[in-house]
Every structure is written in structure tokens, then in C-alpha cells.
Write a protein that binds this ligand. Structure first.
Ligand code: MN3
Length: 202
């Protein structure tokens, strides 16, 4: 039972001007598609075939580079498309808002912490907002296609928001200006979806 490249619920140009159509087209149609194909090739015929992606990542042998890189890439991008929306931006309300205030003091201070984690991730990787059992949230970052579901990546909890800071995610529009891309990302975050993930995984 192979993994499938998830369809976007919006058009490639729907996140403009914050994320441009050409970047979205290559990122989803080429990069994410490649991770998906390579993941399927890596698990084909093994006892991982048929397991959920979460289960595969949580019990991952981190020395298995093919599954670490492509399983991570498949999962991370699936989350990434899901937590963005052309109707995004603003800030969350309800329990997630309370959790952010508890952890960071305010929504603005959360944004600063998340942006800093994303900006200071050297090379390629991701920054995350994760929820831990019972509801507390934290910000962290991981290298390459690692994510907080994997063992011993220095980042715990269930990821409910992630930003891709690989250059392929922003270079066409922002070149070396990663901080500008990070600020623009906040304009497309779908806080309704992030709140839903918070409620489902706390
Ligand atoms: Mn990417």
C-alpha cells in the first residue's frame, strides 16, 4: 500500500504574494513527489509496508538514511501544505492561544521564538511548534528532513506547525532573505488547522 502525494486544497498561486506559484509548483510537484516516490521504494516489500507514516517515523532506525530522509520529507511537506491557506494569517484563539501565552508570554513573543528557530537553523531544515501531552507547547528546530516524531532529534512533542527553511522553499522569490520568507509565512498560516491539530494531539 503505497503512500500518495497529497493533493493541495488550493491552487499553486493561491498563497501569492507570500509564496509564489512557481516555488509551490516545484516544491509540491517535484520535491514532495520525489520524497514520496523514494519513500515507497524504500519500504516496498519490507515490514514497514502498510504501516502509518507516523508509526514508521516514531520507531525509525535513524541509521536508515533512505527512510529518514524520504519518510521525513513525505511527512513534513504533507503537514506544511495542510497548515497553510490563502485565508490564513492573523492569530489563533481558544486553547491554542492560551497555550502559546503560557509558553511564550504572548502571540508576538511566540512568533519571535518561532522565527528565530527558523532563521538560525543552519543549512537545511525545519522549525516546529509542537504540543506535548496535556497541552503545553514548545518551539524547536531539526536538520534536513528530520522531525519531532523521530527518536532523539532534540525536539519532542507532536508537530502542529512547521516551516520549511530549505532554500528550495523560498529561494526563487526571496533569494538569501530567509527572514523575509519567515515573516511572510505568518500571513498564510491556517490557525484553524493548527488549532485542530493541537486539540487532536494534546
Ligand atoms: Mn521542502
Amino acid at each position: 500500500m503505497a503512500f500518495e502525494l497529497p493533493k493541495l486544497t488550493y491552487a499553486y498561486d493561491a498563497l501569492e504574494p507570500h509564496i509564489d506559484a512557481r516555488t509551490m509548483e516545484i516544491h509540491h510537484g517535484k520535491h514532495h513527489n520525489g520524497y514520496t516516490t523514494n519513500l515507497n521504494n524504500a519500504i516496498s516489500g519490507s515490514d514497514l509496508d502498510g504501516q502509518s507514516i507516523e508509526s514508521i517515523l516514531e520507531s525509525l532506525d535513524m541509521t536508515n538514511a533512505a527512510i529518514r530522509n524520504n519518510g521525513g520529507g513525505f511527512y513534513n511537506h504533507s503537514l506544511f501544505w495542510n497548515i497553510m491557506s490563502p485565508n490564513g494569517g492573523g492569530e489563533p484563539s481558544g486553547p491554542l492561544s492560551k497555550a502559546l501565552n503560557n509558553a511564550f508570554g504572548s502571540f508576538e513573543e511566540f512568533k519571535d521564538a518561532f522565527a528565530k528557530a527558523a532563521a538560525t537553523r543552519f543549512g537545511s531544515g525545519w522549525a516546529w511548534l509542537c504540543v506535548n501531552s496535556g497541552g503545553p507547547v514548545e518551539v524547536c528546530s531539526t536538520a534536513n528532513q528530520d522531525n519531532p516524531l523521530m527518536p532523539d532529534v532534540g525536539c519532542k512533542g507532536f508537530p502542529i506547525l512547521g516551516i520549511d527553511v530549505w532554500e528550495h522553499a523560498y529561494y526563487l522569490n526571496y533569494q538569501n532573505r530567509r527572514p523575509d520568507y519567515i515573516q511572510a509565512f505568518f500571513n498564510v498560516v491556517d490557525w484553524n488547522m493548527v488549532s485542530k491539530l493541537y486539540e487532536e494531539n494534546k
